[in-house]
Design a binder for this molecule. Sequence first.
Ligand code: ATP
Ligand code: MG
Length: 488
Amino acid sequence: MSKLPWKPWHQVVQLRPDLLTGELSMTQFAADLYDVVMDRGSSVYRTPYEFFSLTYPTYNLRELAKDVVHRLAGKSDKAVRQLELTYGGGKTHTEITLFHLVRDPASLPDLPTVHEFRQHIGMTPPKTKVAVLPFDKIDVEKGMEVPGPNGVLRWLRHPWSILAYQIAGSEGLRLLHADFKDEERDGAPAEPLLVDLLSIPRNEDLSVLILIDEVMTYAYDKIALDPPWRGRLKNFFQYLTQAVTKLDRCSIIASLLASEPSKNDAFGKEIAQEIFTIFRREREEGIQPVVKEDVGEILRRRFFVPDSIRDSQAFRPNVVATLQGVTALDDPTKKEGNAAEQRYLASYPFHPDLTEVLYTKWTQLEGFQRTRGVLRTFALALRDAAKWDQSPLVGPNVFLTEPGKPGVSAAAREVSDVASKEEYEGKRQEWDKILEGELAKARTIQEEMSGLNFREVEQAVLATFLHSQPVGHRASLRDVTLLVSPAR
Ligand SMILES: Nc1ncnc2c1ncn2[C@@H]1O[C@H](COP(=O)(O)OP(=O)(O)OP(=O)(O)O)[C@@H](O)[C@H]1O
Ligand SMILES: [Mg+2]
């Protein structure tokens, strides 16, 4: 191939070494609150330095941090907040952000992201006792092991005990027990008892933050196993939200959804509705911590070496080169002028329409989990494509196989598997087979034609596929043109 009028994208931005060597396991794209509390698992989430290096403080996330800190400082009525119901949308990441921000505010790392949070919040967070209820980790029979205030771990079975022990250790359990025993009780404690419990940290001038995640994962199985728990759990959440509302330096952030879609059947929906109603009574509007416009920046922070993405001016030559290709074929983009340039710059090295299609159309597929789905898909694609891709930016090109290799790439297989799980009018499609067939035809056409140096027909196959999901959507000629034209 003759000399390119641009640098391939992987020479403009540098992939993180852990991504390239394949050590980056896919579980790293699932934030785990319990691991953070137990101080184990991926350091990406556990260590404040690594965590804030990778975290993009989206507007909604900063707003939430501000509200929560103000509440913990006794300056706000917004006691109970609920994270909106999207799969893989950043709910747990948001809870971990709050955990690190308030647990030991004096030792926060000196990082731009931390400064952005501080600036936005407008005050230093008060030192806070944080208790967590990651319900996906509470076994319906054995419960969960949690650390008390002195760090001593203890296995406890019921959610209120797990909460009480984190807040006040054995003293917390005794306070809830009818005979002041250091033992568990079987029913939900009433509001006044919870008020007393949550007041204990005030003796050490600590505020209280309770982080609740994945309620439905537990509720579904627990109630199926033992139906009276339906009432017990409802009572617990009812009394807990009331208690928290009464105490001025206390807050709850809750995410109810089970990340496992199978818990979303009729039975699950019924229970979920009851619990939502309890949290909704106290709650302000739901919070969506990551919105579509944030995805570009999140992807950048997760995949590339910080030094290589610090100066967005360095992306400009590639954006200009890209737009030369696009505007030659697409008048609307040409008319957009500077606005188009800003859009491409903001999402560089990702083609803005590629993240858009994944975030808008693909997130309607049950198996594709929003931010996580986009992260997983690109992790596979970039790792492979960085070895051979010559394109100015990340578009459908990264879903191709290495030049000369037949079949379907790992990344394309990942997305086609998601699509193949969907039922449409009672039927499933084997999308990987369809893609394989179409890509083989595309290669034959490319061999017969000169001038298609960037495997444009294969790219068109992928662009068409990506735009045509979920079934019922279609790819317009313009959709395909926009995705394929950057390499001219
Ligand atoms: N603001 C952010 N900055 C950087 N990465 C983020 C941000 N928000 C979310 N992520 C990343 O996106 C991925 C998905 O987020 P997370 O696991 O929090 O989603 P979730 O809503 O809890 O999903 P689920 O419904 O499956 O539990 C994780 O890898 C997480 O670290
Ligand atoms: Mg989660």
